[in-house]
Design a protein. Structure first.
Length: 427
């Protein structure tokens, strides 16, 4: 037997754009900033949580197992079990999915599931040749051996590599994530102008959501130690236009590439939590859920076209519940790159692709743009890798409730050739 599982509440920090130096918050700092106000507005005791699960990719050396560190700093008690999950861009959604399955199977009743990432704190790493040289120096015995080892010193040994750059390059295909988006743009004929237009709309939609106050219950202010308040996602450009977006050159495939800094997700810091609960816990504490978590699906494909991950997992998820694209009221598809999102839409509309790859009789059909990322996405607010999957599920639930929608899918592509999707329904 399986039990109903509910997404009860959630909160996130503002997403803060990385600006060439470590930002004001570490991954655990961000998790605590989002978790404190979320916990404070709950009617139940901290001991009501059974487990804490946190997605994080860029774990820093001072915060091993950030889930446990965050749980302790949130005052959840020494007896609180907490563990960290990592599946690249899907980490924040994986935390929800793991909680969903634990509760559905009756093992737990209430879990705090989140994602956090401080990409501005990505470490600088030495080149492998430099590491080998330092190793030789450390083992050199006496001045003669040390002098001999010194002859191998090269100036480039002191020029570190940004760890994030290496982390965003697939080790199997040797393509970075932007290059995989270029592969899709070529395959589905996505033009630079179309990608720029999508990016512009993402900024305009987020700016409207901020202006209308649609994010007030979702985005909690974050305060630095010296009292500076960060209240809004700061990467949004309300005045974004096609003229400005046309200025940057291709970021990955010069001179003819379609992917630029302007139509890609931003490198950002941020955290998000959701509370996942059983029906028994909802009734016991008198809670009002945002949505019911119906099901989830993960898929894998060639890493060189990892951006199509949402097509595979979302289609399988919808078909398992006898749903077509037109039956889903609202969609959140993480905006890794404008060309990647547009390629997913094109793939869903392509009968040949759907027959050969998805095993369908014809085209699955794509979400209407009025029902997709209605309040912007990672292009305008950023993509803290371990957080985004959590944010899109939380925002989907909030947006469904605001619009009175019945069903929604949150989905994302995942570096390494994966995709994740989660189906929610109204309560």
């Amino acid at each position: 037997m399986t039990r109903p599982v509910y997404l009860v509440d959630g909160a996130r920090t503002p997403f803060l754009k990385a600006r060439g130096k470590p930002g004001p918050f570490t991954p655990v700092d961000l998790a605590v900033q989002a978790g404190r106000p979320l916990r404070a507005r709950q009617p139940f005791d901290r001991k009501s949580f059974d487990l804490v699960i946190l997605g994080c990719v860029n774990v820093i050396a001072d915060e091993m197992n950030p889930a446990r560190v965050a749980a302790l700093r949130l005052g959840l008690g020494e007896a609180m079990v907490a563990f960290t999950v990592q599946i690249n861009c899907g980490s924040g959604m994986q935390s929800i999915d793991t909680a969903f399955r634990y509760i559905r199977e009756g093992k737990h009743d209430m879990i705090l599931a989140g994602g956090t990432e401080a990409l501005s704190h990505a470490p600088l790493v030495l080149r492998q040749s430099a590491v080998e040289w330092f190793g030789q120096m450390s083992q050199a015995k006496g001045p003669i051996e040390q002098a001999k080892a010194m002859t191998g010193l090269r100036p480039e040994f002191f020029k570190p590599v940004v760890g994030l750059e290496r982390g965003l390059t697939d080790p199997i295909t040797d393509l970075n994530m932007g290059q995989t988006a270029e592969v899709l743009a070529h395959r589905f004929g996505i033009t630079r102008q179309t990608a720029d237009a999508y990016a512009m709309e993402s900024h305009h939609r987020l700016a409207r959501a901020q202006r209308e106050g649609w994010l007030e219950d979702e985005v909690m202010p974050a305060f630095t130690r010296d009292g500076v308040a960060h209240e809004h996602d700061d990467g949004v450009r309300p005045d974004s236009d096609m003229e400005g977006l046309a200025k940057p050159g291709p970021a990955f495939e010069r001179p003819y590439g379609k992917v630029t800094a302007g139509n890609s997700s931003q490198i950002t810091d941020g955290a998000s939590w959701v509370i996942v609960a059983s029906e028994e816990a909802v009734e016991r504490h008198g809670l009002t859920p945002l949505a019911r978590i119906v099901d989830s699906e993960w898929a894998a494909l060639d890493p060189s076209v990892m951006g199509l991950g949402p097509v595979l997992c979302s289609t399988a998820l919808a078909r398992r519940h006898d749903l077509g694209a037109e039956d889903i009221d609202l969609w959140e598809l993480n905006e890794a790159f404008a060309a990647q999102v547009l390629s997913c839409l094109a793939a869903w509309k392509d009968p040949e692709f759907c027959r050969e790859v998805l095993g369908l009789d014809g085209a699955f059909g794509a979400p209407d743009r009025d029902d997709l990322n209605i309040d912007g996405g990672a292009i305008s607010l950023g993509h803290p890798v371990g957080t985004s999957g959590n944010r899109i599920v939380l925002h989907l639930a909030n947006a469904m409730k605001r619009r009175g929608d019945t069903s929604g899918i949150a989905t994302e592509c995942i570096g390494g050739g994966l995709g994740g999707a989660m189906l929610l329904e109204a309560v």
